[in-house]
Write a protein that binds this ligand. Structure first.
Ligand SMILES: Cc1cc2nc3c(=O)[nH]c(=O)nc-3n(C[C@H](O)[C@H](O)[C@H](O)COP(=O)(O)OP(=O)(O)OC[C@H]3O[C@@H](n4cnc5c(N)ncnc54)[C@H](O)[C@@H]3O)c2cc1C
Length: 518
């Protein structure tokens, strides 16, 4: 791990020979590539913009020889600072944005890692197909970033995360070599089958025997649960946040658009009703089970919106449930959900026509941008505990626990998320004028980590660990699993040049590095 942690100076980063893309270190370029969608900002030493996948290979081969650490970067919509770092930033958007034609015989679509997720979805839609894991940030994020974080959309309850929708990945490895890896253990390369066998022997037993969290969704650590059983290299790459190689292309699996959809908005009297919403959603084979916290409803003026008012009045929170399929499936699914809503809810609103559904979904999709813009009386919504996932039964205790932590820190949060999966987005409103604001963030973060550990969860359901969560790897994961995470990193990236400090921390790494920096 010779180079890990070393920060190459800009002066030592001369343009790589044979690299065709742009390579710059002027202040404006560095500033533009130092920001992410989260509150973290770290200046790179230089910025490389490869022209295409071959150029990524040229760059990484050179970086490996030089011992230069790199930070891959897509749409920079990631929140936990995995897309910023004090090394060479590799901007994959301009040169790797190509999108192929939909292959109707296989139901797949090939694209470059820099392709915009929303554009890809529009291409699929024109062929009558869908790419289900599309996140709310689809207009900004790339397919490469989705793969790297194992991103998931609001329909993850039924359709899962990005990893379920990949047929193959084209990867440039840390030594500059490049290969295509297909999904499934049968086509796994020999090296990955051998690696999985070695690691399994070393671990002894399954990951569950070593305390793998029993959550419905996870984007923290390396996906050993998916990798070790068959040595499927693609499963290891998904969610590896640029720490094991650079994804330069992907073949996506698409699915037919559903014939119909039905949406039900239900007001919950207590937070304790959330697990029963998830059970009803499972019984109805729902595609989505999404949560809006009370504060978000009030902030967005939704509590008085004529569309939402009936469901939201007197509610502790509201859930949006969606069913999809043929007309019979939608009708029976909605009937199950309505029965449950009559028993458990304080009110509900249904939308079976497209326009009504769109209005209800707009409310859900407006949550993140609304929160990002929020700056009330000097308080800004700050993402650092924004993606924890706990077993669904533990969600009410998680919400109460977080609320106590925030109250002790003198603040509150805007809350929404994927209730059905137990993946809750908590966005504390931090007072940027307070002199002790960093201390408060640290306390909230430490206490939330302890809460999540106590409830058997992980710190990320879909956004990844980034730099902010990496220092807590030992708290969330058992020593045996952390040791296998480290072995994975050392075997694939022995010089530690791929996004150092993400997923696994560097010695002494501060989780708040770059917080509110300009
Ligand atoms: C308003 C808003 C809403 C959001 N909604 C959702 C949501 O609904 N669901 C969800 O899951 N997330 C959501 N996110 C988080 C974010 O959009 C996703 O994590 C997204 O997948 C990041 O993609 P990106 O292209 O922006 O990647 P970046 O932010 O550029 O990078 C993210 C990570 O991936 C690595 N990376 C990027 N490209 C590559 C590559 N080609 N090869 C290897 N590593 C790479 C980076 O090094 C970094 O670690 C939201 C964010 C915002 C700001």
């Amino acid at each position: 791990m010779a180079a890990t942690g070393q920060r190459a100076s800009a002066a030592s980063l001369a343009r790589p020979p044979a690299f065709r893309g742009s390579f710059r270190a002027d202040p404006a370029t560095l500033a533009a590539h130092s920001v992410s969608a989260g509150p973290f900002s770290i200046r790179p030493t230089a910025v490389a913009v490869p022209s295409d996948a071959e150029d990524v290979q040229t760059l990484i081969t050179w970086a490996a020889r030089q011992g230069t650490p790199v930070v891959p970067r897509g749409g920079a919509s990631g929140l936990p600072a995995g897309n910023v770092g004090a090394w060479l930033a590799v901007d994959l958007v301009p040169g790797l944005g190509e999108i192929g034609n939909v292959d109707l015989t296989t139901g797949t679509l090939r694209c470059g890692a820099g392709a915009g997720a929303a554009t890809v979805a529009r291409v699929a839609s024109r062929a009558g197909l869908a790419f289900p894991p599309l996140p709310s940030s689809a207009e900004r994020c790339t397919i490469g970033g989705m793969v790297a974080n194992n991103a998931a959309g609001a329909r993850s309850f039924r359709h899962g995360a990005t990893r379920e929708w990949l047929a193959a990945l084209d990867v440039v490895w840390p030594d500059g070599s490049r290969s295509s890896i297909e999904a499934g253990p049968d086509t796994a390369p020999t090296w990955s089958r051998e690696l999985a066998a070695d690691l399994s022997a070393r671990l002894g037993g399954t990951v569950q025997d070593h305390g793998w969290p029993r959550v419905r969704k996870n984007s923290s650590g390396y996906a050993l649960d998916r990798f070790l059983p068959g040595g499927d290299a693609l499963q290891l790459m998904v969610g590896s946040e640029g720490t094991l190689g650079i994804v330069v292309g992907a073949t996506l699996r698409l699915t037919p658009q559903p014939e119909e959809r039905g949406v039900l908005l239900v007001g919950l009297p207590f937070l304790d009703s959330i697990p029963s919403a998830s059970s009803a959603a499972a019984e109805a084979n729902a595609s989505a089970c999404e949560l809006f916290g009370r504060r978000l409803l009030d902030m967005a003026g939704l509590a008085v919106d004529p569309l939402v008012r009936d469901a939201a009045q007197g509610a502790a929170a509201v859930v949006l449930l969606e069913v999809e399929g043929d007309p019979g499936q939608v009708e029976s699914g909605l009937a199950i959900l309505k029965r449950w809503a009559d028993e458990e809810g304080v009110g509900s609103v249904a939308a079976t026509d497209e326009e009504g559904q769109e209005r209800l979904w707009k409310i859900r999709h407006a949550a993140s941008p609304l929160i990002a813009r929020t700056a009330e009386r000097g308080r800004r919504s700050t993402q650092f505990i924004e993606d924890s996932v706990v077993p669904v039964a533990a969600v009410p205790n998680y919400l109460r626990g977080v609320s106590d932590i925030l109250e002790r820190a003198g603040t509150e949060a805007v809350i929404f998320g994927h209730a059905g999966d137990g993946n809750i987005h908590v966005n504390p409103l931090m007072d940027l004028r307070a002199l002790d604001r960093r201390t408060r963030v640290r306390t909230i973060l430490e206490e939330t980590v302890a809460l999540v550990v106590g409830l058997g969860g992980t710190l990320s359901g879909e956004h990844g660990d980034g730099r902010v969560r990496a220092p807590f790897v030992d708290r969330i994961w058992s020593p045996e699993l952390v040791s296998v995470f480290r072995e994975v990193k050392e075997r694939l990236d022995p010089d530690g040049l791929m996004n150092p400090g993400v997923i696994l921390p560097l010695p002494g790494q501060d989780p708040l590095e770059g917080l509110w920096a300009d």
